[in-house]
Ligand binder design. Structure first.
Ligand SMILES: [Zn+2]
Length: 413
């Protein structure tokens, strides 16, 4: 890993330095002359990832200075402001694992001092952050009848090719495909409480953008490129395609390295406290791995790849709950098939399949008895627009995404 000193440019200016007066929750806003979409950019949901915040500041400055034809309005936020100011991923609790209905309700309540304290509690730090960030998102997006977008900007501890993380809806795919970088589906299915999933379920079109290593200046440039292209894809430029979009496409295409266009996460190696997880050196995002390859060690010995594929988000830093993920390419043929199946509403047939029954309480949800329906793979449900909610040895609970093809009449946060 590169040291922090690598972030200084040749003229000695640190591109990651906070703006004068320090970071603030709202980085800035821009409103076009015409009505149009609402686009929200979220940066530094992990506090050790300042690149997205710097990039949003640059784009907003450019938009204000150039006054090009623009439709809609945009805003940039910082997710975990306290952690960004402290230059740590989080103080008490990972803020990209807190976006569930239950935890958000808990964040609204005053915290008792006799409750659990210390690591993992979130007290004194992330509960307040969650409450503020959620209130801002509600203010910006709640009640919107226009198409609304959220782009969540991240960087990682290992360097590598930039990529987009997308919940697999047709609307998200359409928004993201303007970016000439690999698209990774299914990460949100492996995690509880990710911001993008929370907003997807409320009808917002979302994309996560991984720019590169935390302190590499090129991560800022890639985020800047991603922001310009997202604005274009959202329909914010009614006039000629701005030069920044063209340059952004060039920059991201050059960074891309012939990787597959679309991949799907098939495996997560989760961590528990005290396992002493150590990733073997030399892995980056998209590094190919073979089945049984030794990827890491922990207290109980070697950790091997359970299946072949490509490594994603290998953990080389102290904090985190995910050791690594393994992804595999999805061929364009299957993507087209899945669009077709969803348009003809093939998901309606699922509840008639042997071993599959409608969930008694949760809408758009089925329970799959794996003993009976052994040959239905999760991938088959993915094609039809379902995502995994829970799984154990015998049962699989799958929910169809609510706003796959159509936006809601009104967004409710
Ligand atoms: Zn992050």
């Amino acid at each position: 890993m590169k040291s922090k000193s690598s972030s200084a440019s040749p003229d000695g200016v640190n591109p990651f330095a906070p703006p004068e007066g320090g970071w603030r929750r709202v980085i800035g806003r821009f409103k076009g002359q015409r009505p149009g979409p609402k686009v929200v950019f979220m940066a530094s949901l992990h506090g050790n990832e300042p690149a997205g915040a710097v990039a949003i500041g640059r784009v907003l400055k450019d938009l204000h200075e150039r006054q090009m034809p623009f439709a809609g309005d945009i805003v940039g936020f910082i997710g975990n402001l306290k952690a960004l100011n402290a230059d740590v991923r989080y103080l008490e609790r990972d803020m990209n694992r807190m976006w569930t209905v239950d935890l958000i309700a808990r964040a609204q309540q005053p915290h008792r001092s006799d409750g659990p304290q210390g690591p993992g509690s979130g007290i004194g730090a992330e509960w307040e952050e969650l409450k503020e960030a959620q209130a801002l998102l509600k203010m910006e997006l709640d009640g919107s009848t226009q198409e609304a977008f959220l782009v969540d900007l991240h960087t990682s501890s290992a360097d590598g090719v930039p990529f987009a993380c997308v919940g697999d809806t047709i609307r998200n795919r359409r928004f993201t495909r303007a970016l000439p970088i690999p698209i990774l589906l299914g990460l949100e299915e492996q995690l509880d409480g990710a911001l993008l999933e929370y907003l997807n379920n409320r009808g917002v079109v979302t994309m996560g953008l991984e720019g590169g290593q935390h302190r590499e200046p090129h991560s800022i440039d890639r985020h800047e490129a991603g922001i310009w292209i997202s604005l274009f894809s959202a329909g914010c430029f009614p006039g000629p395609v701005p030069e920044q979009v063209v340059q952004g496409r060039r920059l991201l295409s050059e960074a891309r390295c012939n990787l597959p266009s679309v991949l799907e996460i098939l495996h997560r190696h989760g961590l528990r406290n005290g396992e002493k997880f150590r990733m073997k050196p030399g892995y980056e995002n998209f590094t190919k791995v073979t089945a049984e390859e030794v990827l890491a060690t922990d207290r109980s010995g070697e950790i091997r790849a359970p299946l072949p594929g490509r490594i994603m988000l290998p953990l080389y830093q102290g904090k985190g709950e995910d050791g690594f993920f393994i992804a595999r390419e999805i061929r364009p043929f299957w993507l087209r098939i899945s669009v077709f199946l969803r348009i003809i509403k093939a998901y309606r047939l699922v509840k008639h399949w042997p071993g599959v029954s409608r969930h008694p309480n949760i809408p758009h949800t089925v329970i799959v008895n794996k003993k009976v329906a052994r040959w239905y793979s999760i991938q088959l449900f993915h094609l039809l627009g379902y995502r995994k909610r829970r799984a154990n040895k015998d049962l699989l609970v799958m929910t169809r995404r609510a706003f796959d093809q159509k936006k809601p009449d009104q967004i409710r946060i």
